[in-house]
Design a protein around this ligand. Sequence first.
Ligand SMILES: *Cc1c(COP(=O)(O)O)cnc(C)c1O
Length: 485
Amino acid sequence: MLKYVSNKGGGSSVDFETAILNGFASDGGLYVPEKLPKITKEQLVKWKGLSYTKLAFEVLSLFIDRSIVSDTELKEIINEAYGSFEKEEIIPLHLLKSRKDTYVMELFYGPTISFKDIGLAFLVNLVNFFLKRKNERLSLIVATTGDTGPATAYFTAGKSNLDAWVLYPKGMITEEQERQMTTLPHANIHPVGVYNCPDGGDDLDLVIGNLYKNKTFKEKLKLSSVNSINWGRVMMQTVHYFYGYFNVVNSIEEQVNISVPSGGFGNLCAGALAREMGLPIKTLVVANNENACLHRIFSEGVFSKKAIIETPSSAIDILIPVNFWRYLYFKLGQDATKIKKYWNTFKETGIAHFSEEDYKIFKKGFSSNSATAKETVSLIKDIYENEKYLLDPHGAVALLAADSLNNKFGNEKMICLATAHPAKFPAVLKKALNTQKLPKVAKHHSIETAKKRCQKLHTCNHSHLEEALINAMETNWQLTNKKVL
Ligand SMILES: *Cc1c(COP(=O)(O)O)cnc(C)c1O
């Protein structure tokens, strides 16, 4: 049986179900599979041509023990999860006209039109499946920079055994994103807009961390998280790397380059693990905005934190790319002691310098870029004017990073991940296209529908958030458990 361990080395190994339901490992580390499965060339040949859901079944089967989720159950969970997507391909690829062999992978055709739907559609369904089987309830708590919240809320809404508490920094996400998560009528969804978060979503993660440390509260309310600290998210996100690769190459002898707009490094960690497993990716391009913490890691070998800058690509205004530690664990020979040392140094001092030797190892196969706000809006305009294709600000950051490599890569194809639908960012688009009247491609019916609904939310000041949450969550827990159990 494939077991899961903490990348900080503490606690005992657990099975897949426990890793998913716990979220964090007991020592505060991130769960990782004891051993990363390897894929042979024969398997790659066999997988080429599979639909997204069939491919997902094959990839996930490498990580999930059959005694925990059977073939039939896994197929059902996958089919239910992606049944709500708008396009039959789930994630279509668009070939750009103005670049050589450059594709945009459109990860935004899920119900809340961002790439968070990909991981959460599966993970929330899986968690609810486990809970129903155990006849238990659980309270999910997540912090969001704008897209995790709507996706968590959507997939949790009306689920029998779950509540979702969704925290977001008030005023730092778009109104469209806020309405997506605050206009659901379901009683088990609890959005909380938090005022005064100087560090945005990272401030909210600190409060969630404190709730986790409050053992009695955590146990009583069965707290868990479907943030990208949850292994299920990263595991699921490996699938689109395989899918994109198979759909652009002619044969599995080809290598590709993939550019990813990155904040928490969950998406890229998945890409890096797919490559470790044997997917022929040559370069992974870290696409950052001005909050360039990953760019600093890959170009300077330093994990450091600076004050947040608000940018047009707000979903990646993230200061602490926590999934980097998961990737690093595999790169440094699964040396948990080393991970713990670097991670704790960062936590205690706000900065960790990697040794020359370790830096050389983890940097291999990566390139990085930090795009400015000005470059981002001007690229959106160029691509729209030249080829009538509308990128969202995050897709634009990815293409800017791909462009930054222009002369350095050879004949491989390039895939840029577009992680959100442009309709989530009308203010940026109005600026980029210099118009008040946006074209039809900048709209989406789900956003229009949300405008016509009343919002239902809690608000709170960051200084009192922990206490306020404890009160609200306990009250809700008592009420719902009286009703349901
Ligand atoms: C969350 C998000 C990202 C960043 O993904 P990470 O896994 O945190 O690196 C990029 N773009 C959009 C639109 C997102 O919502």
